[in-house]
Design a protein around this ligand. Structure first.
Ligand code: ZN
Length: 73
């Protein structure tokens, strides 16, 4: 039995809470705790160039371009 090639997904449930909701259920608070536990903020480490810009800075990018370019004989 062939599977329909383009079966649409069911529409997502509208979980958007109304703006200005003053009362939340205990379940909502529990869910919020779970979300906050699962989404801890974490610092992002990234390469910084010696000149103070995010690596590679434009000069390094250009230098790499030059290094990888074919040198005319
Ligand atoms: Zn630099």
């Amino acid at each position: 039995m062939p599977h329909p090639p383009d079966s649409p997904d069911p529409p997502p449930a509208d979980r958007t809470p109304p703006v200005g909701t003053a009362f939340v259920s205990a379940q909502d608070v529990e869910d919020a705790d779970d979300v906050l536990f699962a989404h801890p903020p974490r610092p992002v480490t990234r390469w910084m160039c010696g000149c103070g810009e995010p690596y590679p800075c434009p000069e390094v990018s250009f230098a790499h371009l030059v290094k990888h370019a074919r040198v005319a004989p």
